[in-house]
Design a protein. Structure first.
Length: 150
């Protein structure tokens, strides 16, 4: 097959169309959340860390557990946590029972900001698509996306 026909063939291929549509949608989501969070000085990965810590609060977590829970992996979690500590949203302390372990917890202001920004971010992506697709379509989408990752 000649190269000039490659994209014409991909345009007809439903798998390729789905792939590119998924990438475009993921890019749109990330851009919408980024624009929404920018005025608050928080990034999407930072909001994700706050979500993980808020869900686990008041219990402390270690960096490894946080990293495992991230939606989008962050190569430099230490620096991300440093920024959240500097903003007063997260605390880090040496674990009382294991001095080699660092306990990470969310502050009250971190919890308040998380819930405020979570609601705003959710709205920016059409209430997690609730405004544009049915619950049955959401279930189907979830199953397909999960199947692709498994």
């Amino acid at each position: 097959m000649e190269n000039k026909f490659l994209f014409k063939e991909d345009a007809k291929n439903q798998f390729a169309r789905s792939y590119f549509s998924l990438l475009k949608t993921a890019g749109w989501i990330e851009l919408e959340i980024k624009k929404t969070l920018k005025p608050y000085g928080i990034t999407h990965p930072q909001l994700n860390v706050l979500a993980i810590l808020a869900k686990n609060s008041p219990e402390p977590m270690d960096a490894k557990s946080i990293k495992e829970g991230l939606i989008v992996p962050s190569p430099d979690l230490t620096r991300l946590l440093d920024r959240l500590v500097n903003k007063g949203l997260v605390n880090r302390k040496t674990c009382v029972t294991n001095r080699r372990k660092i306990d990470i917890t969310i502050t009250e202001s971190g919890i308040e900001l998380f819930y405020q920004l979570h609601a705003i971010a959710k709205t920016s992506v059409k209430n997690y698509f609730e405004d544009v697709i049915s619950e049955k379509e959401a279930q189907t989408l979830f199953k397909i996306l999960r199947k692709m990752r498994d």
